[in-house]
Structures are given as C-alpha cells and as structure tokens.
Design a protein. Structure first.
Length: 171
C-alpha cells in the first residue's frame, strides 16, 4: 500500500507541474500579444505626430523663401506628392484597399505583399477585431494612398514600417 501511495503522490505532483507550465505559457503569450498591440499603437501615434510636425514646419519654410520672379511652376521643382506622408509597407499579402473603414465597405483593389503605401494621417477612433488565421488582432483602419495615387482604407495590422510579413497570417 505504501508503494501505491507514493505513485499517486508522484502523479499528482507531475500533474500540478504540467498544469503550472501550461498556465505560465498562456500568460506569456497573452503578454506578448498585448506588447505587440501597444507597439503598433505607438507606431501609429508616432507617424501622426511626425506628419503634424512636418505640417507645422512647412508653412514656416514657405514663408521664409523669397517668391521667384517667374510664378509659373517648373516640373522639376514640384515636390513629390508622397513626400509629406509616412511610407508604410503592406505586410499581409492581398490586403484589401477599401472605399471606407470596415469589412462592409467596397473593395477598391488588393495590395500585394511589401507594396509601399503612404499614411494619409487619418485613422478610425475605434478598433476592429479580425481573425488573421493564426491570431486575432484588434486594430483601427488606416487611410492610405498607393503609388498609383489610389486612396482608401486598409486594416491597421496589414501595414508596417518594416518589410516583414505579419506573423499571424496563413501562407
């Protein structure tokens, strides 16, 4: 009977250890997801602040420049229309560019992986929860312009400053 009791004790201790490990791993994964969401939100806020700063600096620069004698614009002196906006990359293949924010808005086109887009300094106040296949993310919609000049809304998790495929998507 003594050997039977010691086997039960070992099984209970092993069971508790396994339960603890499963609990600890789930806590680590949820903390990692929260950290990624915070980083994405901070990146969006940084880009908004950067564009606002550029907009504030631009009138001061224009006021300091003397007006040229020739008032007709020259083609080589015109600024790139994408220059004042932050460049982002599509990190989810076939990301849908929509007419408005939300899944019910009309799809204008699908953007290929690593396509550069330009942040137009607009994003939704609310976030939307979307299942990407391997993870569920909660992000706002972001207004962007493509290289071809097409403007629309994309899901925030589908764009990034870095050319790196989103880890939560399926192949």
């Amino acid at each position: 009977m003594k050997g039977f009791r010691s086997k039960i004790e070992v099984i209970l201790i092993a069971g508790l250890a396994i339960f603890f490990l499963i609990w600890a791993v789930s806590k680590c994964n949820s903390t990692k997801a929260e950290l990624q969401a915070k980083k994405a939100a901070e990146a969006a806020q940084d880009s908004i602040a950067m564009v606002e700063k550029q907009k504030q600096e631009q009138p001061a620069k224009e006021a300091a420049k003397p007006e040229p004698a020739n008032t007709q614009p020259q083609k080589d002196l015109l600024a790139d229309p994408n220059e004042e906006y932050a460049r982002l990359f599509v990190v989810i293949d076939k990301l849908k560019l929509r007419e408005g924010p939300g899944l019910k808005s009309k799809v204008l086109t699908e953007l290929p992986l690593f396509e550069p887009v330009y942040f137009l300094n607009e994003m939704t106040d609310s976030t939307f929860e979307v299942n990407l296949g391997r993870m569920v993310v909660d992000e706002p919609y972001i207004k962007v312009r493509t290289k071809k000049g097409l403007e629309g809304w994309v899901y925030g998790a589908g764009i990034s400053y870095i050319k790196k495929k989103h880890p939560g998507t399926l192949e």
